[in-house]
Design a protein around this ligand. Sequence first.
Ligand SMILES: *Cc1c(COP(=O)(O)O)cnc(C)c1O
Length: 225
Amino acid sequence: MNQTLESTILKNIQETRQAISDEAKKWQQQKEVALVAVSKKQPEERIDAALNAGHRVFGENRVQEAEERWQKRREQYPDLELHLIGPLQTNKVKQAVALFDVIETIDRPKLAKAIADELERTGEKRECYIQVNTGEEEQKSGVLPNEFPALLKLCQDELKLPITGVMCIPPQDEESSLHFALLKKMANENGLPNVSMGMSSDYIDAVALGATHVRVGTGIFGERE
Ligand SMILES: *Cc1c(COP(=O)(O)O)cnc(C)c1O
């Protein structure tokens, strides 16, 4: 075991948690903010260090990579909570439903239907969030804000998908606070309790604006490989 690495990651997790709770207190946020440690493309020893530090909530953006990393560890750590935070293709839905506890990136009817079918087929229960393309960027995944109400309605009324939140990734060259405020408003207006927003560079702003989940990668693990 690499002691320096272990203590660095423990320290990063503690400091991030502290910063989150200080900010949440400052704005009198009611709900506790969950720290999703984004482990994509990180060396295995750093993941183990986070697990040894007691952390259990992780985010991954690719199904295949996540399977390789987490399938075995699931048995060892039954209290793991895995979030899918990257785009999902319909042909990977089966694997995604098998592995992840929370699927944060539903953004189109076809994908929502495929997940609903798989949940029905397996009898599994999963939490689902809708990803919103708040910046209306062409290349980016996420449903456009003006198409969000129809997608939510389809999920809730027709597909009986358990939509419990929303998520966004703001454009890189814009002030993220505007996007966080928009996403929070959409959650509130639709009675959705979970709001996943904020990464290493802007999670403090996200907490100020009412995030319930922040997704921090490099801030905990260091630069990716
Ligand atoms: C990689 C990633 C993150 C974490 O980014 P950092 O800058 O390393 O904190 C958060 N959210 C999503 C969707 C990501 O793909």
